[in-house]
Design a protein around this ligand. Structure first.
Ligand code: HEC
Length: 153
């Protein structure tokens, strides 16, 4: 091998190694970021407390499913123990009955239009913020959600 070929070879080798190193660093870096993004319990909105949660082994299977539903649909506005956009939901079964709670979740506006006092008072108390409607939530999902609300306190 002539000197020139040796130099070319070494240069190619060095370039190859550099790329490999960058690739490795980049992959690990993005993995690291990915891990940060998928830590919802700790990185949720507004720097407020994480979703209080009992260990899942203490929840019934239905409540575990309900917890997922809660995380996806309710967590933006509700916590169990503290007021956020909406009321804290711990103990909600002590102040309301479960039929009312279901109606509130599915269509709060309809509840108010039918003259439900509790719904009207609550609506005024919370700055007349229209509750998100969950009209397409099916019965089993609602059951699971309510199990979670009952069990997580
Ligand atoms: C966009 C914010 C928002 C979302 C999303 C939301 N809520 Fe609400 N929730 C509120 C507000 C605000 C109130 C107060 C009543 C009102 O505004 O009509 C409330 C009231 C309630 C009440 C009555 C509480 C009480 O003290 O009587 C229940 C139960 C409830 N929400 C459950 C849920 C559930 C379960 C979900 C998810 C499926 C959910 N909410 C999603 C904002 C929200």
């Amino acid at each position: 091998m002539g000197d020139r070929n040796k130099i070319t070879f070494l240069l190619l080798l060095a370039t190859g190694l550099t790329f490999a190193l960058f690739g490795f660093v980049a992959i690990n870096y993005s993995d690291y970021h990915h891990q940060l993004e998928i830590a919802p319990e700790t990185s949720w909105a507004c720097g407020t407390a994480a979703l209080e949660s009992k260990h899942e082994s203490l929840l019934s299977p239905a409540a575990v499913t309900g917890k997922e539903v809660f995380k996806q649909n309710c967590k933006a506005c509700h916590r169990m123990k503290e007021k956020l956009v909406g009321p804290a939901l711990t103990g909600v079964f002590e102040r309301r009955d479960s039929v009312w709670i279901r109606k509130m979740i599915v269509n709060a506006e309809q509840l108010r239009k039918r003259g439900d006092k509790q719904a009207i008072i609550l609506y005024r108390e919370y700055g007349q913020l229209e509750h998100t409607r969950f009209t397409s939530m099916n019965e089993p999902t609602l059951d699971a959600l309510l199990s979670y609300l009952k069990e997580e306190y």
